[in-house]
Design a protein around this ligand. Structure first.
Ligand code: NAD
Length: 329
């Protein structure tokens, strides 16, 4: 039997990426929805054959505990709501998949991890890149040191946004470029080195202050790792960029784009070409996570991985508020 997944929050990502991907998965399938928008329900039920009994709203979601059709609850809400609903899901005894960024604060991340541990359910964070084949190759090169020791890297993730969902412009909701796109740069710097940074400095800038009066439009941050490795990272809602470029003692390689939904590709200085991976990224991610549940194995991207990023994000904001001061991690 495939695991039954309920999506919580039927916005852009659930509608356009996750629900279609759940039609291509081998080990899990879309069985339920949790939504605060009743007008969306008929279309979703019709399109995906979702039973009345598997349709919930935010008020009655706790009763999902009694629903054997649902094994996994996937939280796909605005960032500030991840913790509340991930904890509800865990307390209902369901495995939890939680979108990136894991939550707004490290404290919230820890409370999600604790709730999942207490309820003995698995927790995966939606860092889909770590399931992607070319990304896995460069993660492997960090270990094998195929191009010598890493010396410096660049991780830039952003887009020029004109029609950004309102919550992404609100501080309270966990909006801003750093939480949204910056975690790709940050996670990319961490997974491509396989190391944890020891210090950070950061600054914010904006070209559209009328739009970005609460949250960051652009954040530039430098991560220092041990052995003198420097990661120059940049994220923005005002600038299109999508590259992870790694310089090593004996060569270099890059992925560009490095965080797109498809077509992640790159090249190495020895001529190796990293061809785009053909499979649906979200389907691979959800099948990996479903198999970890079925086989009771550790998940690829656990809650601790989401927490590590948010601890650094908190320091990035602190550094920027102190005029770019270098802070130890
Ligand atoms: P969205 O704005 O399109 O959808 C958010 C949904 O939450 C909407 O359906 C909205 O009705 C609902 N919602 C419930 N309570 C709300 C409230 N109080 N305020 C605003 N909306 C509320 O956003 P999205 O792009 O689908 O992003 C949702 C989550 O998924 C975010 O955490 C985002 O970072 C993540 N995401 C991840 C990826 C990825 O590639 N892994 C891609 C896109 C989004």
């Amino acid at each position: 039997k495939k695991l039954g997944v309920a999506l919580v929050g039927l916005g852009y990502y659930s509608t356009n990426l996750l629900a279609p991907a759940l039609q291509k998965t081998d080990y899990c399938e879309l069985k339920g929805i949790v939504t605060g928008s009743p007008e969306k329900i008929p279309k979703w039920q019709k399109q995906y054959g979702i039973k009345d009994a598997n349709v919930y709203n935010y008020e009655n979601m706790d009763s999902i505990a009694n629903n054997n059709d649902i094994d996994v609850v996937y939280v796909v809400l605005p960032n500030s709501l991840h913790a509340e609903y991930a904890i509800k899901a865990a307390n209902a005894g369901k495995h939890v998949w939680c979108e990136k960024p894991m939550a707004k604060t490290a404290e919230e991340c820890r409370s999600i991890i604790d709730a999942c541990r207490e309820n003995d359910v698995k927790l995966s964070i939606g860092y889909r890149m770590q399931h992607e084949a070319n990304t896995k190759t460069i993660m492997k090169w960090a270990k094998t040191k195929s191009f010598g020791a890493i010396e410096e890297l660049k991780a830039n993730a952003g887009f020029y946004g004109t029609n950004i969902s309102p919550w992404r412009l609100e501080q309270e909701m966990g909006g801003g470029a750093m939480y949204d796109m910056g975690v790709y740069s940050l996670n990319g710097a961490r997974y491509s080195t396989g190391m944890e940074p020891v210090a950070v400095s950061a600054t914010h800038s904006t070209k559209r202050p009328e739009m970005f009066d609460e949250v960051d439009e652009t954040t530039i941050f430098t991560l220092e790792f041990s052995e003198g490795i420097i990661a120059n990272c940049r994220t923005s809602f005002g600038e299109s960029m999508n590259i992870l470029d790694i310089n090593c003692a004996k060569g270099s390689y890059y992925l560009e784009p490095f965080q797109a939904y498809s077509g992640v590709k790159g090249k190495a200085s020895d001529g190796t070409v990293l061809e785009p991976f053909g499979k649906n990224q979200q389907a691979v991610q959800m099948d990996d996570d479903a198999l970890a549940i079925i086989n009771n194995q550790p998940v690829l991207v656990p809650g601790e991985e989401g927490l590590k990023d948010i601890l650094i994000v908190e320091k990035i904001f602190e550094s920027a508020s102190k005029g770019g001061q270098r802070l130890s991690l």
